[in-house]
Design a protein around this ligand. Structure first.
Ligand code: HEC
Length: 422
């Protein structure tokens, strides 16, 4: 393979950047942040948050800086001209190879079972139809990029070993698409929605990264310059609150954001209306398994000499600070024991039969349906300590004893158990 242009240029930029002062010293508590954004689907929540005024709600001024390539983005970041960006684990590993220049603060997007991010495709009318047919066929990729890494992992997951694979570099994604469609390239790896456009145009789907859903190898991330994270943590936290709000909006009603998506990212005409917008992960962050695998690949490829540690590059503190309090994680097995020992079972059946009290079969669903917008766990909690607060229809008040002496942890266990009853 020819020497990789991207890592070479980045290496030169890193050297050049080392000679430049990064940002202003003793940065003033700024509320303005510049984010470098590729025109890809992953950045949609940025535009949603911007349009809905969520950044302004947080007292932030977020400048969305469109970039046309990963290289441009990385150079802007190194020059201190952007503060944060949407990038991936490969990019983060290269940035952080000899010092922690950037920190991942959240996951931005990942592959889901029904919503892959990357697909391996064969040319229309090709006789390549299954992963095994790709042995010794040159597969078009952006060399040493996330696409290269993911394509290799997808095929390994599908039973083709790295030694049986060969690659051909074509870093320009639209060109790669074109070469595939005209049959000049026999196979390529492309991101959605372009991959879907290729399929609609006759390309053959060989495999996709839905096989990597569990490992989370396929993901993009939100990261900031370490300097920003250290000097201006409040702004990073506020930014993440706004971003999560926007991601939740997209998840709740993807169709409402189709136009914004088409406007701000590269969407092939043929799939504008048909492509199903994927879900966005919320309050998630890169886990060590995915980090370590990606870094091992970078070292194996000779792109970096030494893998930066997970701790140096992934910073979950911001998400921990803003994540909604988790429904206190109780132990349902202990809850089941308590349900019997405390005598609940004497008044509440588990099989749908109504007794002295209402059946606990499907209680979570029942409550959710009966009382709109209720926090089911909180409601169940209250039902046990203060049964008179809301009296189940058709049952008398004052029959169920108030269990006020239970410890918080026993209560959580009981609730956790009730939540499992279907
Ligand atoms: C002496 C009978 C009795 C015992 C013992 C009893 N309950 Fe109840 N429970 C009732 C009655 C009657 C109601 C319905 C009236 C009400 O909502 O207060 C009820 C209501 C509930 C509800 C609300 C159901 C709904 O649909 O709103 C929950 C949850 C519940 N009980 C859980 C428990 C648990 C857990 C225990 C044991 C720790 C327990 N109960 C012990 C009689 C009992």
């Amino acid at each position: 393979m020819r020497k990789n242009l991207f890592s070479l240029m980045l290496a030169l930029t890193l050297v050049a950047a080392a000679l430049l002062p990064l940002g202003q010293p003793g940065a003033q508590a700024q509320t303005k942040l510049k984010m470098g954004l590729l025109p890809i689907l992953d950045v949609l929540p940025f535009y949603v948050a911007d349009q809905a005024g969520y950044f302004a709600d947080e007292g932030l001024e977020i400048e969305l800086v469109p970039v046309s390539s990963a290289l441009e983005r990385d150079q802007l970041l190194l020059a201190g001209e952007i503060d944060g960006m949407l990038n991936d684990l490969i990019s983060t590993g290269i940035f952080n190879q000899d010092e922690a220049r950037i920190q991942i603060v959240a996951m931005a997007r990942r592959a889901y079972e029904d919503a892959p991010q990357f697909r391996i495709l064969a040319a229309p009318r090709s006789n390549i139809t299954i992963p095994n047919d790709l042995k010794n066929v040159e597969i078009g990729i952006s060399e040493n990029s996330v696409i290269h890494y993911i394509a290799q992992r997808i095929l390994e997951e599908n039973g083709v070993s790295a030694g049986e694979l060969s690659w051909i570099a074509e870093p320009n994604i639209p060109v790669r698409f074109q070469l595939l469609m005209e049959g000049t390239m026999k196979a390529v790896c492309l991101p959605d929605p372009l991959a879907q456009a290729a399929i609609e145009g006759g390309a053959i789907l060989i495999a996709d990264d839905s096989s990597l859903v569990e490992s989370e190898f396929s993901q993009s991330v939100l990261s900031f310059r370490t300097e920003i994270v250290e000097d201006n943590p409040e702004a990073v936290e506020a930014f993440l609150r706004a971003w999560m709000r926007a991601a939740e909006d997209v998840n709740a009603d993807p169709e409402a954001y189709r136009d914004l998506w088409i406007e701000n990212t590269n969407v092939p005409d043929s799939v504008r209306d048909s492509y199903e917008l994927p879900p966005f992960p919320t309050y998630a962050i890169t886990q060590p398994l995915a980090w370590d695998d990606t870094m091992a690949w970078l070292v194996e490829q000779g792109i970096i000499d030494e893998a930066p540690s997970y701790e140096s590059s992934v910073n979950p503190a911001f998400l921990d600070a803003i994540a909604p309090a988790e429904a206190a994680a109780g132990d349902p097995a202990n809850g089941e024991t308590l349900f019997v020992n405390l005598g609940c079972i004497g008044c509440h059946s588990l099989d749908g039969a109504q007794a002295t009290g209402p059946t606990m079969q499907g209680i979570a669903e029942e409550v959710a349906e009966e009382y709109e917008d209720v926090d089911v766990a909180a409601f169940l909690h209250e039902s046990i300590v203060e049964p008179g607060a809301v009296v189940a229809e058709g049952f008398p008040d004052g029959v169920m004893p108030a269990y006020t002496d239970l410890s918080e942890s026993d209560l959580n266990d009981l609730v956790a158990y009730l939540l499992t009853l279907e």
